[in-house]
Design a protein around this ligand. Sequence first.
Ligand SMILES: Nc1ncnc2c1ncn2[C@@H]1O[C@H](COP(=O)(O)OP(=O)(O)OP(=O)(O)O)[C@@H](O)[C@H]1O
Length: 311
Amino acid sequence: MEAVEVHAVEAHGVTKSFGAVRAVDGLGLRLDRGRTVALLGPNGAGKSTLISMILGLRTPDTGTVRVLGGSPERAVRAGRVGAMPQTGRLIGGVTVRELVGFVQRAHASVARGPMPSTAELMDIARISDLAGRRADGLSGGQAQRVRFALAVAGAPDLIVLDEPTAALDIESRHELWVAIRACAERGATVLFSTHYLEEADAEADRIVVVDRGRVVADGTSDEIKRRVPGRTVSVDASVLPDPSGLPGVLSSEVDGRRVRLHTTDADATVLALAAAGAVRDLEVTGASLEQAFLTLTHSAPAGTETPEAVR
Ligand SMILES: Nc1ncnc2c1ncn2[C@@H]1O[C@H](COP(=O)(O)OP(=O)(O)OP(=O)(O)O)[C@@H](O)[C@H]1O
């Protein structure tokens, strides 16, 4: 009997090993439809392996992965999943318009509803100005937008992007994100892996942090930042007394004319700074996503239980 289709992706107890390396280790995950989800994790955390199982390219050793209520293979075959590989040359001898049109026609046979025209698709992917260019003669950023257009040519429900902006300059990253957002706004679920934490912070509704093959945090960016105790108190460096004598302060760093104090007790630190007359340009902030990420992915010794997910 067909399963009730609720989640874009559902993974239960998934493991995958390569020889002695356990790339994915009892991972569980549920992605609601229509969200944009970032997959974060240090090198070797298991992100690409997980993505390859979501795309049906690898089979879990144990556990199950379901995509849009069925097997990953079935969702992919039905044209409901669009994926963009990390790299790959575009074929030569054709224009961008011909290539996009060809891939779109190939999808038309399994289309479940109206698909955007080739012109609309090229507009979404921000490649209209490249329509007449040879597909094998593009810059890295241009080629990546064409790959994105090919990934979404069949108007997929789930778009899976493995490090989509790796090696792109800031302008190309921005352009690609405009395109990805346009698809998300049309209702697609977007799952992307990245090493750019600011990208996850800015673009994702939800962030899943993976370390050593397991989910170690799962929530909004703010929820994940709140997982890390402590605050950062920053003041003008010229008025600061010796930070080592301040209550609560674990470490400090100078950034231009400001000093950032990482403290376990922001109130006590601020009171001591005030008593020393050193509160010029005072600012108190929570942990950054980078601090949270580093804490979450380096604090748990190998083999310990997965910490409670945020939700
Ligand atoms: N085909 C393979 N053969 C052997 N080991 C592999 C293979 N694919 C992945 N691994 C190993 O599995 C672990 C997880 O790799 P994976 O590529 O999934 O991590 P990742 O989080 O995507 O890393 P990165 O951010 O560096 O891309 C690593 O230790 C990696 O060396």
